[in-house]
Structure formats: structure tokens, C-alpha cells
Design a protein around this ligand. Structure first.
Ligand code: ASP
Length: 322
């Protein structure tokens, strides 16, 4: 978006990032807040050097993928059989170009693979071994993404699952669960507005823990896990991906931002999501005028924002109930 009229000034550049909605036990608050602050700082550094919103969100996500406190890149959660399959996506609000990758294994920065799909292919979503080949062809680094706290959480999760205590897997048939069991939270997101008034969105995740192998979540899918459009703004979701996909939650928030502020759009979408399907969801939204919002029905949502005027980092936003 370009502001040619002398009377219309572009809004100030801004980046807002999140490190996932969920419980965030108190012993992790400090690490989480530090991680999102660093990510917002890295993204903002791009904006302050006249870089694009797209490059800024990618830089913010890379910082969180490299930080094992978050469920993205290194530190991703394990699926039902104890393996890691990551999803990520990126979208440019100026061109409406965007792409995702899914079921990626052993690649250090899944968001960079999404960027390759967007910039260097004709496609919008590539999954599995082919996505990994693209990453390696693009010279991206391989890495063992597994960390001990996620392995411990996986073992504890299996125990809960056997006792039917995992709500978001309560609809999966016992025959299917047992077939896998016999063998054997928190996504990151970023939104930015640059000096030209362009917006972008990106997100990356290991997915919900104990997911079935081959499950693809919202973070790979435009409209669900993220959306960006200069005509409205940008949004990215966290929480149970199936719910975000059924409600196309990020696109819904952007559509509302055509005529509403970010805060009104984000709270409306989370309220609707809670009423309609009831599972844990969070959303950050940034409207085209640079106003942002954080809304969630989960206990916490770890986020940070940065502008020329300074930065904010918190463990909660507007808590929305139905
Ligand atoms: N939305 C992610 C997924 O379902 C999980 C998360 O946000 O923690 O894959």
C-alpha cells in the first residue's frame, strides 16, 4: 500500500508476535516472555531498516523456532508415536501471495521452507518428504528438533490419553488410538505492518501434542492459521487447529477488520469460536492502521509487540468467554 497524498500519512511500523495460547505454567513465564520480546525485537529491526513486513514476520518466527521454549522448530511437540512433524505458513497482505508447508521432518526453520514454496513455486501447500526435499534443495539446515521436556510431556500425555483425559482427542476412535499406542503447546505467530503500510502474517508449530501421524493443522493453512490482506489487516491463530480450520478463523478476523478495529474483530471471532465449538483458541490481530489485539479463551497467551515508541510483553490479552 502506498501513501502518496501528503495528507495521508502511513501508520507507524509495528510487529506483534505470540508464543502460543495454553496453560503456560508459571515457571515458564519468564522464558516465554523473554522469547517473544526477542522475536519482536528481531522483527522490528527489519522494519526499522525499511525492510518489508514479510521479512519482519519471518525474522520474528525464526527467533522463536530457534528457541526451545516454544512449540515450533527446535522444541516442537511429539505426535502420538513420538515423532515430530512440523507445519508453518507465511502470507503477504500486499500481493495476497502465501504458502504453507506441512509434516516437515528435521528441518531447523520450517518458516523458511514456507517462504521457498511462496517465492519459488506455483503452489500454496506442500507436505511431507517433498517439502523436506525443497528445504534441502534451498540449502536450509537440518536439525534434531527433539528436546527432553517434550519427550517427558509426551510420556505424560500418553498416560492421560489412556485414561481418556485429553479433551481434544476425545473424538478419535479408540481402535485408531490403540493401533498407534500399541507401537509405541504452543505454536508461534507474527504479524507486521511496515513503512509502506503493507501487512504480513506468519506462523509455525509442532502441532498439538499426541496428534495422529500425518495430521496437518491450521498453521499450514491460509485462512485458518493465518491471513493477511492490506485492505483489512493480518491475523494468526493458536490453539486446537481443527477448530481454527472449521471456522477459517484468521480470514474471518481479517474480513471483520475491513470495518472494525482489531480488538473488536479478535474478540468477536474468539467469542464465536468458543460458542460454536468450545475448544481452546487464541488469536492476535493487527488492523491496517496499526492497531492490534490479543484475544483468547485459554488461560494464557504469551505475546509481545514492538513499535518505535517501545515494547510490551504479556502472558495474557483480552480473555474472552462466550
Ligand atoms: N494450532 C496448532 C495446531 O493445531 C497448535 C497450537 O496452536 O498450539 O497445530
Amino acid at each position: 500500500m502506498h501513501y502518496r497524498s501528503a495528507k495521508v500519512r502511513p501508520p507507524k511500523p509495528i510487529i506483534i508476535v505470540h508464543g502460543g495460547a495454553g496453560d503456560w505454567p508459571s515457571e515458564l513465564h519468564k522464558q516465554g516472555l523473554r522469547g517473544v520480546r526477542i522475536a519482536a525485537h528481531r522483527g522490528f529491526r527489519v522494519l526499522s531498516k525499511q525492510g518489508s513486513a514479510l521479512d519482519a514476520v519471518e525474522a520474528g518466527i525464526v527467533a522463536m523456532e530457534d528457541n526451545p521454549v516454544f512449540n515450533a522448530g527446535r522444541g516442537s511437540t511429539l505426535n502420538l508415536v513420538g515423532e515430530i512433524e512440523t507445519d508453518a505458513a507465511i502470507m503477504d497482505g500486499r500481493t495476497l501471495q502465501g504458502a504453507g508447508v506441512a509434516l516437515l521432518r528435521d528441518i531447523k526453520n520450517p518458516i523458511k521452507v514456507a517462504r521457498i514454496v511462496m517465492d519459488k513455486t506455483d503452489h500454496v501447500l506442500i507436505a511431507g518428504a517433498a517439502a523436506r526435499q525443497l528445504a534441502l534443495a534451498g540449502g536450509l539446515a537440518k536439525s534434531d528438533l527433539r528436546v527432553s521436556k517434550r519427550v517427558k510431556a509426551w510420556k505424560e500425555g500418553l498416560h492421560k490419553l489412556k485414561n481418556n483425559k485429553v479433551q481434544y482427542l476425545s473424538g478419535t476412535s479408540p481402535e485408531i488410538l490403540h493401533r498407534f499406542l500399541a507401537k509405541s503447546s504452543d505454536t508461534v505467530g507474527a504479524l507486521a505492518l511496515d513503512n509502506d503500510g503493507d501487512v504480513a502474517a506468519a506462523c509455525s508449530t509442532g502441532g498439538v501434542s499426541l496428534k495422529l501421524p500425518g495430521r496437518i493443522g491450521d498453521s499450514a493453512v491460509l485462512g485458518a492459521g493465518l491471513y493477511a490482506d492490506n485492505k483489512s489487516g493480518a491475523a494468526t491463530a493458536t490453539g486446537i487447529g481443527e477448530q481454527a480450520m472449521r471456522l477459517v478463523i484468521s480470514k474471518a478476523a481479517c474480513d471483520l477488520m475491513r470495518h472494525r478495529k482489531a480488538v473488536s474483530a479478535a474478540t468477536k471471532v474468539i467469542r464465536y469460536s468458543t460458542r460454536a465449538l468450545g475448544l481452546g483458541t487464541g488469536l492476535i490481530a493487527l488492523d491496517r492502521l496499526g492497531r492490534y489485539a490479543v484475544a483468547h479463551n485459554t488461560r494464557n497467551l504469551c505475546w509481545a509487540a514492538r513499535t518505535v515508541d517501545g515494547s510490551t510483553a504479556k502472558m495474557f490479552g483480552t480473555r474472552v468467554r462466550s
